[in-house]
Design a protein around this ligand. Sequence first.
Ligand SMILES: NC(=O)c1ccc[n+]([C@@H]2O[C@H](COP(=O)([O-])OP(=O)(O)OC[C@H]3O[C@@H](n4cnc5c(N)ncnc54)[C@H](OP(=O)(O)O)[C@@H]3O)[C@@H](O)[C@H]2O)c1
Length: 312
Amino acid sequence: MNRRQLGQSGIEISCIGLGTNYVGGHNLYTNVDEDEGVRLVQQALDSGITHIDTADAYGFGRSEELVGKAITGRRDEVVLASKGGILFGDHGTGASNDAAYLRAALERSLKRLDVEVIDLYYIHRHDGKTPAEDSFGTLMDFKREGLIRAAGVSNFDLSNLQAAATSGPVDAVQSRLNLLQREAEADVLPWCAQNHTSFVPWGGLAYGLLGGRYPRDFTLDEKDWRHRTGAFDGEVFQRNMDAVDGLKKIATECGSTPAHMALQWLLSRPGVGSVIAGAKRADQVIDNVAADAVVVVPEVLASIDALTAERI
Ligand SMILES: NC(=O)c1ccc[n+]([C@@H]2O[C@H](COP(=O)([O-])OP(=O)(O)OC[C@H]3O[C@@H](n4cnc5c(N)ncnc54)[C@H](OP(=O)(O)O)[C@@H]3O)[C@@H](O)[C@H]2O)c1
């Protein structure tokens, strides 16, 4: 497995990581199989993935508990990432980035994960009120105290990202980016490339769409969080399926798969550090790890890019 530097932290992460919003993510998906969730985290480690991404909001704490269980006895093999700053349970709804809330959230995450330090801790999203330099300054305090090793922000726009960076090195930015949804390429991704910040795309497989297995009449369960991504709605969905058909054609010509092409396209974008591919089964983890070794020549990358170049 290839590795890259995580921002300016001195930590190395695997190019393919594992996203765990399905692991215990009962608030996001229906029919969540917790045992399979634990298995797929262990499979990730067995297959050479070091970068495991979770958040306190996934399953309202359950994802962190299961990830903690899965890595028991294997702490040294993991670059463990989590996030705080979204309100749930007794704390209400919305987001809070104030120092007291972030500190309490981090303490709860450490406990659930059953670790003494989180390797990469993000503010999950801007709360719309706390100045980003203040909230990121709180993360710098956590770093000085040895509670986290690297700090990042998630879903911040460029101006909040720039403000955060005045308080210390932003090692990672986690935001949406996939071949079908490319807004981050307009400003946040180039900023990361220029500022030694690892961009960590979420939704890299467009929530399964870029796996190429969904039919044109595909529908999501009513409670599935992927409704919120906009990628499955009406005309947008049909346009996405056109692009997926194009990707499938290119993959077939190369003797590859659309998922591998989509992951390699992401890894080729300047600024991208590691792709936290989500999975619902251990065999998907194995398949995503295999994407790391696939070589895609520049001409093919250019034709993949051209499928949706107007979406930036
Ligand atoms: N910071 C944030 O605000 C934020 C938001 C969302 C997600 N995230 C993080 O980013 C991670 C990734 O996002 P995501 O899981 O939502 O979406 P994703 O990585 O784009 O898609 C994952 C889905 O693709 C399908 N899949 C996985 N591997 C495949 C393969 N090899 N071939 C074909 N299909 C495959 C599976 O769905 P099916 O089996 O159902 O097809 C899987 O659940 C999350 O797990 C989470 O850690 C962060």
